[in-house]
Design a binder for this molecule. Structure first.
Ligand code: ADP
Ligand code: LRH
Length: 480
């Protein structure tokens, strides 16, 4: 059978891209059709996504992709657009780094204690969970006028096809889904006054999501019918689906703007110890659970680069590789780093406050960030294994951070485990493979992973000695 082509729209917090995947027996090739920046915009009312620019980028990308057998869309989680009764978008979607959710969680916990919320939804505490965003928006006229809420990939799918749905893996990041039933958490929604009728019916990866509308075909030059297929529309769900693991005993770290570090499990882990460690139970493909921790990720470095006026990254990383290791580390899991701005100064302040040397150059700041990320990776990988009672012997790193060799090596060193790095475009590959699977062009999840392992360039990093230094750095950070 001839190879088929699939367009994967993958929107990350720092850039959007439309990739074309060709899938046939023993074949999986990915090419980039179009990449465009994702630049949030600050307006007087707060930080917003430029959703029309992103949709424009998607259309440009589909035109560049050419004729394909299907289209799939994934993006970052938790955020949404509201539609009025006529189906028109009510305002620009609010960015999850906007300050409107400050102090909201505490108010929610006064109604539903944090422990009950975790037991019911299995979701980590993050200030930006959709639930907290909706509670923050409670008194706004926009929410009062809304008839429908669409998560970002569902909104773009609606614009492309005219059809509405709520994709499950991304819905699981709202904190309104029960990871055991894989359905809405009706009780939590009722107790917090969230109107679940705003959400269109749930759909799952592999489900049809409509056909490209006539005007979209016209604008992109494609010949219909072109189906849109529901994929793991949470980018991290797609990325985990594309971890090229060959066995069961693996941990993964999806590195990009965030580092998402954890395990693929068959069932959620909902106990108090898990809540205290702030692990999340997001839903993955088929009946899997993505048991992971959010770590600030390369956001820390992106924000420094922005402040420094965009110096050459590879050159900076070469310099950072020569800096003395583990001089100062910061807590890369700390939500204090969530907001944009002044990142080098904030990192310096964190070092000073914990009695460590303050990085004196860009290379030292960069090294501090990468050491700190590797240390956070180490803790997450270890604690996930302990909490889920699921030992691993390899760590897979996927996403844009695989291009950072220093980060991959430091992660291997810190974890004391071999790291297999790649693919860099895991989310797009997971997106492509779910479309291919829906059309019968590839087998089950294990077959998808075998195909990835056989076709994608991967790089292996062996751990280098001195785990005591990492242990000491971890203790220093914990104030022990
Ligand atoms: P997201 O999907 O969250 O937007 P990506 O997965 O695209 O993020 O990863 C982006 C990150 O990848 C950048 O912040 C940067 O740190 C890293 N990166 C990209 N290209 C390179 C490179 N050539 N060398 C080192 N790091 C890179
Ligand atoms: C990564 C990601 C992550 C979420 C965050 C909001 O792009 O989807 O999984 O926690 O964005």
């Amino acid at each position: 059978t001839a190879a088929k082509s699939y367009a994967a729209v993958d929107l990350g917090a720092s850039s959007g891209r439309v990739m074309v995947g060709r899938v046939g027996p023993g074949t999986l090739e990915l090419t980039e059709a179009h990449r465009f920046p994702n630049r949030p915009v600050r307006v007087p009312e707060g930080l917003r996504w430029d959703i029309l620019a992103l949709y424009g980028g998607v259309l440009d990308g589909l035109r560049a992709a050419g004729q394909v057998d299907s289209v799939g869309i994934d993006s970052w989680a938790v955020d949404y657009g509201l539609l009025d009764a006529d189906g028109a978008l009510l305002g620009n979607p609010v960015h999850y780094r906007d300050t409107r959710t400050e102090g909201v969680a505490e108010k929610v916990w006064a109604t539903v204690p944090a422990a009950d919320l975790y037991a019911a939804t299995g979701l980590q505490y993050a200030p930006f969970n959709t639930l907290y965003q909706l509670v923050a928006a409670r008194a706004t006229s926009q929410l009062a006028d809304a008839e429908c809420l669409l998560l970002i990939p569902d909104l773009l799918t609606y614009w492309l096809t005219g059809e509405r749905g709520t994709e499950l893996t991304n819905a699981s990041t709202t904190q309104l889904v029960d990871p055991r039933t894989r359905d809405w958490s009706y009780d939590i929604a009722a107790r917090l006054g969230v109107d679940l009728d705003l959400f269109p019916p749930l759909r799952r990866p592999g489900d049809p999501a409509g056909l490209l509308r006539g005007p979209v075909l016209e604008e992109t030059g494609l010949t219909g019918p072109v189906p849109v297929t529901t994929v793991g529309s949470h980018d991290t769900a797609s990325a985990v689906a594309a971890v090229p693991a060959t066995g069961e005993r693996f941990a993964y770290i999806c590195t990009g703007t965030w580092s998402l570090a954890g395990l693929e499990l068959d069932a959620p882990v909902l106990g108090e110890a898990s809540r205290a460690a702030n692990f999340t139970n997001e839903l993955g493909l088929d009946n899997t659970v993505r048991y992971l921790r959010n770590i600030m990720g390369l956001w820390l470095l992106q924000e420094c680069l922005r402040e420094w006026g965009g110096p050459d990254l590879p050159a900076l990383l070469r310099e950072a590789a020569g800096v003395a290791p583990l001089r100062s580390v910061v807590d890369a899991g700390d939500a204090a780093f969530l907001a944009p701005g002044r990142m080098p100064a904030r990192i310096a302040e964190a070092c000073r406050a914990s009695g460590q040397p303050v990085p004196g150059s860009r290379a030292e700041t960069t090294r501090c960030i990468l050491d700190s990320l590797a240390l956070a990776h180490r803790r997450a990988v270890r604690e996930a294994q302990e909490l889920a009672d699921h030992p691993v012997d390899v760590v897979h790193i996927v996403g844009g951070g695989t291009r950072n060799e220093l980060l991959c090596q430091l992660t291997a060193d810190a974890c004391g485990l071999p790291v297999v790095a790649g693919p860099a475009e895991a989310a797009a590959l997971g997106n492509v493979l779910v479309q291919a699977r829906a059309q019968g062009a590839v087998g089950d999840r294990a077959a998808m992973r075998r195909l990835l392992a056989a076709t994608q360039p991967l790089r292996r990093y062996e751990p280098r000695g001195d785990s005591a230094a990492w242990q000491a750095a971890e203790a220093r950070l914990a104030g022990r």
